[in-house]
Design a protein around this ligand. Structure first.
Ligand code: DHB
Length: 533
C-alpha cells in the first residue's frame, strides 16, 4: 500500500469510530442475504499495546472483518488484522516499512474443527508471546483468518463446513488481502501462512494450490474477491495431511507395535477440542487391518517417483524397506546430531550409535518403539466412520464418510465415499507444481521426532515432492518434539526474514508487486535439501 493513504486515515480516524459499516443488504423471499463489502475500512480499529521481551509495542487492531460478500457463517468467515503503529508515521521496523512489511497469516485450525480468528497475545500453555505477537514485534502485518470446520452447521442443521470449506475460506481471506493491497499496510505478495496439525495441513494446502481453478466455484458462491490466491511462503507444523494415504503411511511406520496410547478428540464442543488418553492393545482384526494397510504403502511411495537430493530414487520394496525408509531415518539422525551438538544427553538411548561425537547409526525399529503408537488402524479413515477426518469428508446432510477405497471396502457401518474431487482438493500432493497452479516458492516444514499423530513419512513425502518440483524447502524434525507447533518462533522468523530478503535480492529488477502467475518456484531461489535450520 502507499504510505500517503495511511496518513490520510490517521487524520480522519477520530471522527469515524462508528461500528463496521460495510454491510449493504439484499433480500430474498425467505431469508435475508446480507452482502458485505470487500473493501477494507482503514478507520475501523482499536489501538492495542502488548509487551514483548520487555518492550511495549503498539498496534492497530482491525477485527472481525467479513472477508467474503456472501458469507455462510460470520462467526468463522472473518479475519483479524493487526498493524504496528509505527507504520502510520512512516517509521520502519528493521528492514520493513508500510509498503514492504510481509503479512504473517496464521490460522488457528485444530482437529479440522471450525476456528475463529486468533489474536496477538500470550500462548495459553507457555505464557510466552504467541506467533502473532512476535510477528508484530518484528514488523510484520498480521492477518488472522477464521475458517469453517467439520462441525459447522446452519440454523436448519445442515453442515456448512465440510471439506473443502476450510481451505476455500482461507483462500477467500488471501483474496481479500490482495484485493485491498493498495489501501492496506503490508505487501500481499509476501503472505506467509502458518499453522499446526490440521492447521498445518491447511497451511500447506494453501501454499500448494494457489490459483487452482478447482476451488473457483466454491469461491464464487461465497462472493470471494476476484483475485489471485497464491501465497509467498508456507510454515507448516505437524501437518495432518495427505489424508487419503495417511492410513497406509501410519501402518508402514507402526506395524508390529500393538500397544497404543490413543488420544480421543471429541467434536461435541466448538473449536475448543476435548482430549482424552485411552490405552489399549490392538485386536486381531486391527492387526490384520494394519498388515493390509502397510502393504499398500510401498506402491504409493514408488508411484510418486521421488528422489533424494543426489537423484537417488526414493523407493520401498514390498516389505517396506528401501531408500525411502533410509531417507526418513536420515532426518531423525540429523535431528539427534543437532540435539547432541546442543548438549542434549542421548547416552540412555541405546538405539542411537554415537562415535566421536557423531551420530553414526540409529536402530529404526527401536526408535519407533520409543515413539510408540497413538492411533488404531485405520488411523484416519476410520472403518466405523468415527474419526475426525471421516467427519471432515461428510456432506451438508451426511455427518461422516470414507475417503479411501480401503475404508469403504472394509467399512463396519453403512457408508458412502466422499467425492473424488473433494478428496483431491484436500491433498497438496496432487497440486504441487502442476499446470494451472501457483505453488508457493518457500516452505518450512517441521515434524517432531516423537509426533505420532501421523506418520513421519507424511511430511517427508510432502517435502520431497516440493524439492523434486524445484521449490525451496526447509524441512527438519525437531528432537523429542511431540505433536505441536510454534515452539521455535525465533528460528521461524529468522527463516521468514531470510526468505523475504533472498526473494528481494533475486527479484529487485522486477519491481515489488510483480504478479507471479506461473510455477514461480521453478528454477529460482532453489535451495535443495535445506534440511534444517
Ligand atoms: C489434529 C490431530 C490429529 O491427530 C488429527 O487426526 C487431526 C487433527 C489436530 O491436532 O489438529
Amino acid at each position: 500500500m502507499k504510505a500517503k493513504k495511511i496518513l490520510t486515515s490517521v487524520l480522519v480516524c477520530g471522527f469515524l469510530s462508528a461500528p463496521l459499516m460495510n454491510v449493504s443488504a439484499a433480500n430474498s423471499d425467505t431469508n435475508t442475504i446480507t452482502k458485505y463489502s470487500l473493501k477494507f475500512n482503514s478507520n475501523n480499529y482499536t489501538e492495542e499495546t502488548a509487551t514483548v521481551d520487555g518492550k511495549t509495542i503498539t498496534y492497530r487492531a482491525y477485527e472481525k472483518i467479513v472477508y467474503v460478500k456472501n458469507p455462510v457463517d460470520t462467526k468463522y468467515e472473518i479475519m483479524n488484522i493487526y498493524v504496528p503503529e509505527e507504520y502510520y508515521d512512516g517509521t520502519s521496523i528493521g528492514s520493513y516499512n508500510v509498503d514492504t512489511a510481509p503479512i504473517f497469516f496464521p490460522n488457528t485450525v485444530g482437529g479440522y474443527m471450525p476456528a475463529e480468528p486468533g489474536s496477538p497475545g500470550l500462548d495459553e500453555r507457555s505464557g510466552e508471546p504467541n506467533a502473532a505477537l512476535v510477528a508484530l514485534s518484528k514488523g510484520y502485518v498480521v492477518a488472522e483468518p477464521g475458517a469453517r470446520g467439520r462441525t459447522t452447521q446452519n440454523e436448519s442443521g445442515e453442515y456448512t463446513g465440510k471439506a473443502p470449506a476450510a481451505i476455500v475460506d482461507l483462500k477467500a481471506a488471501v483474496r481479500y488481502l490482495r484485493y485491498n493491497d493498495k489501501i492496506m499496510p503490508g505487501d500481499a505478495e509476501k503472505i506467509i501462512s502458518n499453522g499446526t496439525s490440521a492447521g498445518g495441513a491447511l497451511s500447506a494446502l494453501l501454499g500448494a494450490t494457489g490459483n487452482s481453478k478447482d476451488y473457483d466455484s466454491y469461491l464464487k458462491k461465497l462472493g470471494a474477491a476476484n483475485e489471485r490466491d497464491d501465497i509467498f511462503a508456507v510454515s507448516s507444523y505437524a501437518a495432518i495431511t495427505d489424508l487419503d494415504h495417511a492410513d497406509m503411511a501410519y501402518e508402514w511406520l507402526f506395524n508390529g507395535i500393538n500397544d497404543y496410547k490413543k488420544l480421543v478428540i471429541s467434536s461435541d464442543t466448538d473449536y475448543h477440542i476435548q482430549r482424552e488418553m485411552v490405552e489399549g492393545t490392538l485386536t486381531e482384526d486391527q492387526i490384520q487391518v494394519s498388515n493390509e494397510l502397510s502393504a499398500l504403502f510401498p506402491n504409493y511411495v514408488n508411484s510418486l517417483k521421488l528422489t533424494d537430493s543426489n537423484g537417488t530414487p526414493l523407493t520401498l520394496n514390498k516389505n517396506g524397506n528401501g531408500t525411502f525408509k533410509e531417507y526418513v531415518k536420515s532426518f531423525v539422525m540429523d535431528s539427534a546430531q543437532k540435539a547432541l551438538d546442543s548438549g542434549t544427553d542421548l547416552s540412555s538411548l541405546t538405539w542411537i550409535t554415537i562415535k566421536g561425537g557423531k551420530v553414526t547409526d540409529l536402530d529404526f525399529d527401536q526408535y519407533i518403539q520409543y515413539v510408540g503408537r497413538m492411533k488404531t488402524p485405520s488411523a484416519f479413515d476410520g472403518l466405523d466412520l468415527t474419526n475426525a477426518e471421516n467427519e471432515l469428508f461428510g456432506t451438508s446432510t451426511t455427518k461422516a464418510q470414507h475417503f479411501t477405497q480401503y475404508g469403504l471396502e472394509n467399512s463396519t457401518v453403512s457408508s458412502t465415499l466422499a467425492d473424488a474431487s473433494v478428496i483431491k482438493m484436500l491433498n497438496p500432493l496432487y497440486y504441487i507444481g502442476t499446470k494451472g497452479t501457483t505453488t508457493s516458492s518457500y516452505w518450512r516444514i517441521r515434524q517432531g521426532t516423537v509426533d505420532n499423530d501421523t506418520s513421519l513419512a507424511v511430511p517427508t513425502l510432502l517435502s520431497a515432492k516440493l524439492e523434486n518440483s524445484g521449490f525451496n524447502v526447509d524441512f527438519s524434525m525437531p528432537w523429542d518434539q511431540s505433536h505441536g507447533g510454534d515452539y521455535d518462533l525465533d528460528e521461524l522468523f529468522d527463516w521468514t526474514d531470510s526468505i523475504v530478503a533472498s526473494s528481494k535480492a533475486s527479484s529487485s529488477s522486477n519491481g515489488k508487486k510483480l504478479a507471479n502467475t506461473s510455477n514461480n518456484g521453478k528454477g529460482s531461489n532453489v535451495n535443495k535439501n535445506a534440511k534444517s535450520s
